[in-house]
Design a protein around this ligand. Structure first.
Ligand SMILES: [Ca+2]
Length: 510
C-alpha cells in the first residue's frame, strides 16, 4: 500500500478538479471556478459573522444562521429508500425527507485503505479531506469543531470510530456515544461526555438507535438560542441486523428479489474475498441466504427509519424548524449479494454510492440531482450555507449551487481507491475499475448499465475508452498524490481464485 506523507505538500494539493497536477494549494474561490461552480457556488451562503448573527435575506428573513441536524447511517445502500425507487422497502420518514428536500443520486464515499471503511469514510466526512490526505484519527481541525468556533452549539450522539481525542476536540456536548465499529445494538456500551471525560452509562435495555434518537430529541427540545450543529451517526443498518422483536415491519425473504447484478461468486479475485464481511455468507453465495440477509437488512433500515421519524417529528414541533437544515447520508453502501460480494470492500456502485438527502430553506424540494460529489463535500456545503469558515485543511467543495438548482453540475470526475488492490475512476457516464494485483480492468457504461453487469473492457471497440479512462485515472492519482502502480511485476492469475488478501509483495514497473 502506498503510504502517504501528510507533511509532503504534494499530498496536500487542491480539491480534485480535472487537469490540475501541480501541488500548489488554491483558494476556495479558485477551486470552485475550476470545478465549474463559479461564484454561484457561494450564492446561498451567509456572511461570516459572530455568534449566530447573519444578514436578513429573502431565504432567511430572521438573519439568524441555520441550524444543522445531520442524520448518518452505517452501511446503507443508496437504493434502499422507497421514495427513490425501491418498491420492496418501507421508509416512510426518509420518504418524507425526500419530499421536503433534494436527493443526490450520485453521491459517493471515496474508498478506504482499511477494511473497516467506516473509519476513513467518517474521517473524510468530518474533515472535508479526500481519502488520500485525511487522517483517520482526525488530528486536524474538524468541521464540527469549526462550527463550534463559529459560535454554534455542537452536539453528537451515536457511533464514533475515529478515536476519543478527536471526539472531545470536535463536539462541545456528547451523549450516548458508542465507541467502536460494530456491536450488538441491544447491549451496546454507551458513554456520556461530562467535564471533558467520557463516562459509561448504565445499561439502557433498549436498542442503541432508540437511545440515540432519544438523546437527539432531548437535545432538540432543550437547545438554547444559539444556532446548533446536531450530529446523529447511527450504527444501523450495519450488521448484525438486530431489531427488537416487537418491531412490526417484517419482510418475506421469498418475495425479496435478488439484486439485478447478483452473482454466486465474484468472477475473479478482487484482492479482498476473505475479509470478515465477505465471510458472512458461504462461497458460492446461496440465493436463499442472500434473500434472507436482504430481508433482515431491509427490516433494520425500516427500524432506523422509524427512529429518524421520531427525530423529524421533534424537530417539526420546534420553533426553529424552518431555520434548520436536515441532512441524511450514510458512510458507505454494501454489496449484499451484488457481484458475488457481501461487504463494502470493493469499488462497485452498490458499495461506494451513498444516500444523500438535504432539506431546508433555499433547497429545492421533492427533487433529485445527478450532480457528482463526494461525501466529503457535504460539510463544506453546510459550512458555506451557515457562514462557517472552513478548517484550514478542508478541501471539499460547496454544493450550494446544486441545492438551489439541481441541474447544476458539480465535480466532473471522481476517483476511488481500496487498499493496494483496487482503483477506479468515473467521468459520470463511464467507469473503469483497475485491479493491479490481478492485472484486471473492468469498463462499465453506467448510463446503459447502472448495475455494472456488463464489463466492456475486453471489446475491441472500447479500447479507446479504456485508454482514455486509464489516463484520467493516472491524472487523478497524480493530483491527489496516490503512488499506487496500476500494474505490478508479478500479478496473480486471479481467474476464479478465492480469497487471497492482496498483501503479497509486489514491485512497480515505474
Ligand atoms: Ca460503515
Amino acid at each position: 500500500m502506498t503510504i502517504l506523507n501528510r507533511s509532503n505538500p504534494e499530498h496536500r494539493n487542491g480539491p480534485g478538479a480535472l487537469g490540475q497536477q501541480e501541488p500548489a494549494r488554491r483558494s476556495r474561490r479558485d477551486f470552485l471556478k475550476l470545478a465549474g461552480l463559479g461564484a454561484a457556488g457561494l450564492a446561498l451562503t451567509f456572511p461570516r459573522r459572530g455568534n449566530g448573527a447573519g444578514t436578513p435575506s429573502a431565504e432567511n428573513p430572521s438573519g439568524k444562521r441555520p441550524n444543522v441536524l445531520f442524520l448518518f447511517a452505517d452501511d446503507q445502500r443508496a437504493d434502499t429508500i422507497a421514495a427513490l425507487g425501491n418498491p420492496h422497502i418501507q421508509t416512510p420518514h426518509l420518504d418524507r425527507l425526500c419530499r421536503r428536500g433534494l436527493a443526490f443520486r450520485r453521491a459517493y464515499m471515496q474508498g478506504g485503505f482499511n477494511g473497516a471503511t467506516c473509519v476513513p469514510s467518517r474521517a473524510m466526512l468530518l474533515s472535508g479531506q479526500p481519502l488520500f490526505h485525511c487522517d483517520e484519527r482526525l488530528r486536524d481541525e474538524t468541521w464540527p469543531a469549526a462550527f463550534g468556533r463559529a459560535g454554534y452549539t455542537t452536539f453528537m450522539t451515536g457511533k464514533w470510530h475515529n478515536g476519543k481525542p478527536a471526539l472531545l476536540a470536535s463536539f462541545q456536548q456528547a451523549r450516548a456515544v458508542f465507541i467502536g465499529g460494530m456491536t450488538n445494538p441491544m447491549h451496546a456500551e454507551l458513554h456520556d461526555l461530562a467535564s471533558g471525560q467520557l463516562v459509561t452509562r448504565p445499561p439502557a435495555h433498549q436498542h442503541a438507535c432508540a437511545t440515540f434518537a432519544d438523546e437527539a430529541i432531548k437535545f432538540l427540545q432543550s437547545v438554547g438560542d444559539k444556532p446548533f450543529f446536531c450530529y446523529v451517526p447511527f450504527d444501523a443498518p450495519h450488521d448484525p441486523h438486530v431489531v427488537p422483536e416487537a418491531f412490526p415491519v417484517r419482510y418475506d425473504a421469498g418475495k425479496i428479489p435478488l439484486p439485478p447484478n447478483f452473482l454466486p461468486q465474484h468472477p475473479f479475485d478482487n484482492g479482498e474475498l476473505r475479509i470478515r464481511d465477505e465471510m458472512l455468507l458461504p462461497h458460492p453465495r446461496p440465493p436463499g441466504a442472500v434473500r434472507e440477509q436482504i430481508a433482515d437488512y431491509y427490516r433494520y433500515i425500516s427500524f432506523l427509519d422509524e427512529q429518524i421519524g421520531r427525530i423529524l417529528d421533534a424537530l417539526e414541533k420546534a420553533p426553529y424548524a424552518a431555520n434548520t437544515l436536515v441532512v441524511f447520508a450514510a458512510d458507505s453502501g454494501v454489496a449484499r449479494g451484488s457481484h458475488g460480494l457481501i461487504g463494502k470492500q470493493n469499488l462497485y456502485e452498490h458499495s461506494l454510492r451513498v444516500p444523500l438527502i438535504i432539506a431546508g430553506t433555499g433547497v429545492a424540494q421533492d427533487k433529485t440531482t445527478g450532480a457528482l460529489c463526494y461525501l466529503w463535500d457535504v460539510l463544506p456545503t453546510l459550512g458555506a450555507l451557515c457562514g462557517v469558515a472552513a478548517p484550514p485543511q478542508s478541501e471539499g467543495q460547496s454544493l450550494a449551487a446544486v441545492l438551489r438548482a439541481p441541474e447544476q453540475p458539480a465535480r466532473p470526475a471522481l476517483v476511488f481507491a481500496y487498499k493496494d488492490v483496487q482503483r477506479a475512476v468515473c467521468d459520470g457516464r463511464w467507469k473503469l475499475i483497475r485491479y493491479p494485483q490481478a492485472d484486471r480492468t473492468q469498463l462499465f457504461d453506467l448510463q446503459e448499465d447502472p448495475h455494472e453487469a456488463r464489463d466492456l473492457a475486453g471489446l475491441p471497440e472500447q479500447a479507446g475508452q479504456v485508454k482514455s479512462l486509464l489516463a484520467l485515472l493516472v491524472q487523478q492519482q497524480r493530483f491527489y498524490g496516490d503512488k499506487q502502480p496500476l500494474t505490478v511485476v508479478q500479478p496473480q492469475s486471479g481467474e476464479g481464485t478465492q480469497g487471497t488478501t492482496g498483501k503479497q509483495k509486489h514491485k512497480s514497473h515505474k
